[in-house]
Design a protein around this ligand. Structure first.
Ligand code: MG
Length: 371
């Protein structure tokens, strides 16, 4: 029996006929190091759904190891195969499943994509987008050598990026950021992302970032440390951002109420779907708290959804919105390209991009048809 689900209460029912998973692997142009991981290849899990009227694509916002977030590509695959897709085909929907946000977000996104393609509506206009372009930003991984880090920063500015996010960790923080600031000048926006690698005992040390014009110190402390982030925020002038912590709209409300952050990084995968991401955006906008669109080194499928989300008006701090060639020599969709420091928001139906069959075939390391 084909599944029946309502993507939104006002949405036309979408009859899902088939669901497939593609595990793909793309080589990164340069290895990417954070406080907690080193990535040389990008593995991704894509969900393809086929409805009566269209196909739709979603990308699982997770990694191969549970070092950034608890979910992995493999755990997402099992939950899709054994829980979410069977529930969908039983006509039950999957909103009652707790956790497993990246898997839910990818399936939900694929169904929404199919519905919007059938309607001829772009994701951005469906979300209420207000922009045709979004400011591009680039995350620069940790370098052991400060000169190499500064060279990478200068290189990206020369390419047209006006906003850089530096991955920091103990021993690679204040001096590194200061060197980059000196290298790129005051007109370039700098953010720093610690991926939860400090404790409150580092507050005095982190306060040395205050004079460097960093617009967001992202996730300095552990993801579950909401109160500690509030205590840290009281001791720093640098705005604190939360990323790994932001797993629900409820957490966003709590963080704002506690004064734990001035910037909220919104990731559809961590939040469990684009609808929840939009709700989180709205909570931030209503509270006057800046949002930024957070990325996961997405392929073109996830990047299209991210750029559409980032075109909402509350995203006032530049997000992880890089051109495709920042990561991949060959993406699986038409690439996103830098245009005067910006990326164009896709205008085609649904995501506005589709995996190119040859590219998909070249990158696929496992394929399974679930229904
Ligand atoms: Mg982050």
């Amino acid at each position: 029996m084909p599944g029946l689900t309502r993507v939104r209460s006002r949405a036309v029912p979408v009859r899902v006929r088939a669901v497939e998973l593609f595990r793909i692997r793309l080589r990164l142009t340069t290895p990417f190091r954070t406080a907690r991981s080193l990535t040389t290849h990008k593995d991704a899990l894509l969900v393809r759904v086929v409805t009566d009227d269209a196909e739709g694509w979603g990308e699982v916002g997770a990694e191969t190891s549970p070092t950034y977030a608890p979910d992995t590509l493999d755990s997402a695959r099992l939950v899709l195969r054994d829980e979410l897709v069977p529930r969908l085909f039983a006509g039950a929907g999957f909103d009652d499943v707790r956790g497993h946000h990246p898997a839910r977000a990818a399936l939900h996104g694929a169904i929404l994509d199919a519905r919007l393609r059938a309607q001829g509506t772009s994701l951005a206009s469906h979300l209420g987008s207000t922009r045709t372009h979004v400011d591009a930003g680039v995350a620069i991984g940790r370098h052991d050598d400060v000169e190499a880090l500064v060279a990478a920063a200068v290189e990206h500015v020369a390419l047209g990026y006006r906003s850089l996010k530096l991955k920091i960790a103990r021993g690679h923080d204040v001096a590194s950021v200061a060197a980059v600031r000196a290298g790129v000048g005051d007109d370039v926006t700098l953010q720093a992302d610690a991926n939860g690698s400090y404790t409150l005992a580092d507050a005095e040390h982190l306060a040395a970032l205050d004079g460097l014009g960093v617009v967001c110190l992202e996730q300095p402390l552990a993801p579950d440390g909401l109160l500690d982030h509030a205590r840290l925020a009281a001791r720093l002038r640098t705005p604190i951002g939360l990323d790994e912590t932001i797993t629900s709209t409820g957490v966003v409300r709590d963080a704002i109420e506690l004064g734990a952050c001035a910037v909220v990084s919104i990731k559809t995968g961590l939040l469990g779907g684009i609808d929840e991401a939009v709700r989180a955006h709205d909570v931030c906008a209503n509270a006057g708290i800046a949002a930024r669109a957070g990325g996961m080194l997405e392929t073109g499928v996830g990047r299209a959804a991210l750029v559409a989300l980032a075109s909402l008006p509350g995203f006032t701090v530049t997000g992880d919105l890089s051109a495709s060639n920042r990561y991949f020599d060959h993406d699986i969709t038409e690439p996103f390209e830098l245009e005067h420091g910006c990326l164009a928001v896709p205008t085609g139906p649904g995501l506005g991009v589709t995996p190119l069959p040859e590219a998909l075939a070249r990158c696929t390391i496992a394929h399974e048809r679930l229904y």
